[in-house]
Write a protein that binds this ligand. Structure first.
Ligand code: SAM
Length: 292
């Protein structure tokens, strides 16, 4: 590391928030999980934009930061068209604008992307204070391989669409990370098992909160566990480890093929399942013909 780089990490200085847009990461459960830079930025900003003004005010109150006469502007997916020009105008005038979503890192399954893109397009400065993100905390605790991972966000509500969605990830290398609603956790785990076959998996719940819990196990066992126990409380991340290099059983192959053939042609189903299970296409195609 060059000496000038090292000095950046050893000095404890104020945030020196710059003009432009700064995306602030905020806690995902524990109010103390907020960085000094995020708090400095909230104190120093000229304009505070947020997904929900009540959540932003609560965070500021908790940390003794007063809003004063500064504008607090709601920005979410329903009012992006109206709020964006106002925020861009502020940035063009040299204001220091910060944006925070309700929890965690803005843009990650949260609003902020279109605003950030607009700022970049207008030649404005974009910065961020890094911090909590449920996907990364869940991966950290999952015990699953972390050298490669794919973030899938939320899957669709309906089972058929959800299985198609999971199919897109079946051949991805590394660990898969999905955000999930507790109400449909059991159904989603069951759909994941139908598409991915048996894999190591984890369900991370209420991260950084009082009832934090990580359940690790085989995907089928986790699906059964939540089918028996019912919907858990709180917020959930599901992680699915990479496909093992052991061949899936004939039953897993047959189930995957039957499922896929209800949605697509025999040829497409064979291609999709062979990619998902890492099996030779010819073998899967022959089996699909036999099942038809
Ligand atoms: N931007 C946030 C982030 O950086 O993680 C994610 C916001 S997204 C709207 C909310 C989803 O994130 C929840 O439904 C859940 O899947 C996951 N999540 C957020 N906080 C969590 C927590 N404390 N424990 C487990 N999952 C959490």
């Amino acid at each position: 590391m060059a000496p000038s780089d090292r000095s950046d990490t050893t000095k404890v200085s104020k945030s020196q928030l710059k003009p432009g847009l700064t995306l602030l990461a905020t806690p995902i459960g524990n109010a103390r999980d907020v960085t000094l830079r995020s708090l400095d930025a909230l104190r120093d900003a000229d304009i505070i934009a947020c997904e929900d003004t009540r959540m932003a005010r609560r965070l500021m109150d908790m940390h003794g930061i007063s809003l004063g006469s500064r504008p607090l502007i709601a920005y979410h997916e329903h009012n992006a068209a109206q709020a964006t020009p106002r925020l861009l105008a502020g940035i063009a005038e040299g204001s220091r604008v910060v944006y925070l979503s309700d929890a965690g890192t803005p843009i990650v399954a949260d609003p902020g992307y279109r605003l950030a893109k607009a700022v970049i397009a207008e030649g404005g400065a974009l910065s961020a204070t890094p911090g909590p993100c449920a996907a990364i905390m869940a991966l950290t605790l999952s015990g699953l391989p972390s050298d490669r991972f794919t973030f899938g966000g939320f899957s669709p509500n309906r089972s058929g669409q959800r299985q198609n969605f999971f199919r897109e990830f079946a051949a991805a290398p590394g660990t898969l990370i999905f955000y999930e609603s507790p109400r449909r956790l059991a159904a989603s785990l069951s759909d994941m098992f139908a598409i991915f076959g048996e894999r190591d998996a984890a369900v991370a719940r209420e991260l950084s909160k009082t009832f934090e819990e990580v359940k690790r196990g085989a995907l089928s066992a986790l699906a059964q566990n939540y089918a028996d126990a019912g919907a858990p409380k709180g917020e959930v991340v599901v992680l699915v480890g990479p496909a093992a290099h052991i061949a899936p059983t004939g039953e897993v192959l047959d189930n995957a093929l039957r499922e896929a053939m209800t949605e697509m042609s025999l040829k497409d189903a064979a291609r999709s399942v062979s990619e998902a299970l890492g099996l030779p296409r010819k073998r899967v195609y022959d089996r699909a013909l036999a099942l038809k």
